[in-house]
Write a protein that binds this ligand. Structure first.
Ligand SMILES: Nc1nc2c(ncn2[C@@H]2O[C@H](COP(=O)(O)OP(=O)(O)OP(=O)(O)O)[C@@H](O)[C@H]2O)c(=O)[nH]1
Ligand SMILES: [Mg+2]
Length: 206
């Protein structure tokens, strides 16, 4: 797949502005500041494709990127950032929820998690949702460069244990560092399987 050709497509704050729901889409989701936009940039090798910020909660819209004619990447707004006004937060949550429930071209979710923080209750909820919707999910444990090797390995082992008991093959996890470009090939390999998947996903369960 030619990730380097990925281009920004559009930003949408409303369902009616989403691009046509055809082809295959993979979405990055996770807490504010977890490193979603950085991961998309590292994945595509395009440094300034998705906007990165030091201020959590900056990505407030759903950003769509076009890899090629049939494939897109999606940067979802971060959740769980306490300092954002409740009304604004509720709006984001509705938007994300609607996206996850109704987007038929969605093939899998990359759940981006700061490896120093581990899976939070909201991340787990998202995984529960994936399970119910029969949607594969890959937990990307980012900022691995911030931990010593042993500590990072322990986090990965713990998260993999947390994923045990969920359906086999549907859930996976890896360490990642956008800064060090660690884990880019593993992420690409996981996404390749999703993009090659068999046609449109089933109608949403929820
Ligand atoms: N050390 C290190 N810092 C990272 C890594 N990935 C992201 N960061 C930093 O973490 C901060 C947040 O990164 P973003 O990619 O903007 O995070 P996001 O999840 O898109 O954040 P929102 O859009 O606000 O939800 C920035 O200061 C990044 O430079 C990483 O792998 N290693
Ligand atoms: Mg972002």
């Amino acid at each position: 797949m030619r990730y380097q050709q990925t281009e920004f497509l559009l930003s949408a704050s409303d369902f009616s502005h989403f691009p046509p729901d055809t082809g295959a889409e993979v979405a990055f989701v996770g807490r504010s500041n977890a490193g979603k936009s950085s991961a998309i940039n590292a994945l595509t090798g395009r440094r300034a494709l998705a906007r990165i910020s030091k201020t959590p909660g900056r990505t407030q819209q759903i950003n769509f990127f076009r890899i090629d004619e049939a494939r897109r990447l999606v940067d979802l707004p971060g959740y769980g950032y306490a300092k954002v006004a409740r009304a604004v937060r509720a709006r984001w949550e509705r938007l994300i929820e609607r996206y996850l429930q109704q987007r038929r071209s969605l093939r899998g979710l990359v759940v981006v998690v700061d490896c120093r923080r581990g899976l939070t209750a909201l991340d787990e909820m998202l995984l529960d949702w994936c399970q119910a919707a029969d949607l594969p999910a890959h937990v990307l444990l980012t900022k691995a460069d911030k931990l010593a090797r042993g500590a990072a390995g322990a986090v990965l082992a713990r998260v993999r244990r947390q994923l045990e008991g969920r359906k086999d093959g549907q859930f996976s996890a890896q360490l990642f560092s956008a800064t060090k470009k660690q884990g880019v090939e593993d992420l690409q390999a996981r996404l390749a399987g999703w993009y090659l998947g068999d046609g449109q996903k089933k109608a949403p369960v929820i």
